[in-house]
Design a protein around this ligand. Structure first.
Ligand code: MG
Length: 282
């Protein structure tokens, strides 16, 4: 299944995508939020789809697409999870996952504009595989981790490098501005992904391919990450893990090449989807 939400920002309706068509699901499901996942809404949605989406209607394909789930309770970022990016970022390659939080208020739609904060000079892009949690996960084992996944999506971990590296403290400052976490275009359930460790992952800035890698290059794999993170915090239904980015960020170019007003950033992960943002100033 592919879950999608459409409509104006903050007023999105839940829907499913079937054969490229958006079918409204609001007649049966009020939202794709924490409560939906906690009450096993995924099984109910699957049954509704198998039954022919009774009461659903086809949505105008030109409608705005929002994030596929409501704003999560938290977005957990994994830093330097691809060895090649860890090296270009500088410092050591981590021996345990580097974790940070992105403010949930940074969550936005997959095609929404990204707004450069007023004091920003070093805005950068990072494409990442997003894991959406389907059930409350606390101290789970790596072996059972798959049971806690609702599905996958594409998330952009926009990063202000001066805020992140030069302003002291934690990375959270550089990761949390409004519009810094666009996700979508849909949530793809696990049964539709043959092998999540064998997907091409890429970013294009304007016409230039900047990131071009494979999810298999992740050092800490998805089941390990879920188990590891759940030792330190409870993962709630609908929470998002941004699993890290491969090499090719603007900061590591020579000279560094940060995003500027008017740029267009396209990102994608094979078999999951593509997202695209225009960079604008406030
Ligand atoms: Mg990142």
């Amino acid at each position: 299944m592919k879950l999608v939400r459409y409509g104006d920002a903050g007023l999105e309706s839940p829907a499913v995508m079937i054969d490229g068509k958006i079918i409204d699901a609001e007649c049966e499901f009020s939202q794709f939020d924490e409560g939906f996942f906690a009450c096993d809404g995924m099984s109910a949605l699957e049954a509704w789809v198998e039954d022919g989406c009774h009461g659903g209607f086809e949505v105008d394909p030109d409608v705005r697409i929002g994030s596929p789930i409501c704003r999560p309770s938290k977005i957990i970022g994994v830093g330097k999870n691809y060895a090649t990016h860890a090296k270009e970022f500088g410092g050591d390659v981590p021996t345990e996952p580097v974790l940070f939080l992105k403010a949930s208020s940074s969550f936005s739609g997959p095609f929404d504009d990204v707004v450069i904060p007023p004091a920003s000079r070093h805005l950068d892009y990072e494409v990442e595989l997003a894991v959406v949690i389907g059930r409350t996960a606390k101290n789970v084992t790596e072996e059972s981790a798959a049971e806690y996944i609702a599905g996958y999506s594409v998330i952009a971990d926009y990063s202000e490098r001066q805020f992140q590296k030069d302003h002291g403290g934690q990375w959270t400052k550089g990761k949390s501005a409004d519009t810094f976490s666009p996700m979508g275009p849909h949530l793809v359930t696990c049964d539709e992904i043959y092998d999540v460790e064998k997907l091409r992952i890429w970013t294009k800035v304007n016409t230039e391919l900047r990131q071009n890698s494979w999810t298999g290059d992740m050092m800490f794999k998805v089941p390990f990450l879920i188990s590891y993170i759940s030792k330190y915090m409870t993962l709630l239904p609908g929470d998002v893990i941004a699993t890290g980015t491969p090499e090719g960020v603007g900061m590591a170019m020579n000279p560094p090449c940060y995003l500027k007003k008017g740029d267009r950033v396209d990102m994608g992960i094979e078999n999951i989807g593509k997202i695209s943002q225009r960079i604008i100033s406030e």
